[in-house]
Design a protein around this ligand. Structure first.
Ligand code: KIV
Ligand code: NA
Length: 262
């Protein structure tokens, strides 16, 4: 099995094949998800909530991210490994490089993800040979500025800015973009406007791929699951089958349905 690269993901978008992505934080789930044929494993800073038990992603450190990325990368054979840059680890291009480098060198990430339209940081990292995934819409690292986890881009001006930021992120050299918690119509428009693959979470069915937090779709997260998630374990007899069903539902565009979208 050949390890997937960013070119493979770009070709999937061109061919109209949906990209499936799940989060993982350890070797066992990494191997299971990999064997189910999921194309992208995201080592998300959501680990601050589902692994560490915090009520936001802010306490996660770069050391935590390197540790979990290494656990995931070591166990997968084929999937593309994407790792989050944690809160306040990419304020300047130099700081971003200092933190992204060990995430790739020691962690084994193939690409790093950062929240917001940090255009200068993105183009600098790409210049240094570090592939970048953008992240727009609901930005969990900015929860204290937003005042809660809510849908973004409902106002026309906000929507216009999101499209503009998405184009600027692509222009800066990003290879992927995550859209979180925005109206389905806006996510469809952005996915069409961009050449790079756009992966949605709570962003409707018309993105080029979908991502969910593993523990949400297995229904084992503590507390409330977001409306855009779905319990794939309830109709499966094993975790493997739940992940296979998720992959199939993404490919066939059965997930997300209207009830998971805005
Ligand atoms: O940390 C994470 O799991 C994420 C996804 C929700 C996109 O960033
Ligand atoms: Na994240």
């Amino acid at each position: 099995l050949k390890m997937l690269s960013i070119s493979h993901l770009a070709a999937m978008k061109q061919a109209g094949e949906k990209i499936s992505c799940l989060t993982a934080y350890d070797a066992s789930f990494s191997a299971l998800i990999d064997q189910a044929g999921i194309e992208v494993i995201l080592v998300g800073d959501s680990l601050g909530m589902v692994i560490q038990g915090h009520n936001s992603t802010l306490p996660v450190s770069i050391t935590d991210m390197i540790y979990h990325t290494r656990c995931v990368a070591a166990a997968r054979r084929r999937a593309f490994v994407l790792a989050d840059m944690p809160f306040a680890s990419y304020a300047t291009p130099q700081q971003a490089l200092d933190n992204a480098a060990p995430l790739m060198q020691a962690g084994g990430a193939q690409m790093v993800k950062l929240e917001g339209a940090k255009i200068e940081v993105i183009s600098f990292l790409v210049e240094q040979g570090i592939p970048v995934c953008g992240h727009l819409g609901l930005l969990p690292q900015s929860v204290n500025c937003i005042g809660g986890y809510k849908v973004q881009g409902r106002e026309p001006l906000q929507a216009e800015k999101l499209l503009k930021d998405a184009l600027a992120i692509e222009q800066a050299g990003a290879g992927l973009l995550i859209l979180e918690c925005i109206p389905a119509a806006l996510a469809a428009q952005i996915s069409q406007a961009l050449t790079i693959p756009v992966i949605g979470i709570g962003a409707g069915a018309d993105c080029d791929g979908q991502v969910l937090v593993l523990y949400d779709m297995l229904n084992i997260s503590v507390g409330n699951r977001p409306r855009f998630s779905k319990n794939f374990l309830s109709s499966a007899d094993s975790i493997e089958q739940a992940v296979l069903n998720y992959r199939q539902a993404v490919k066939s565009v059965e997930f997300p349905a209207a009830e998971h979208s805005y």
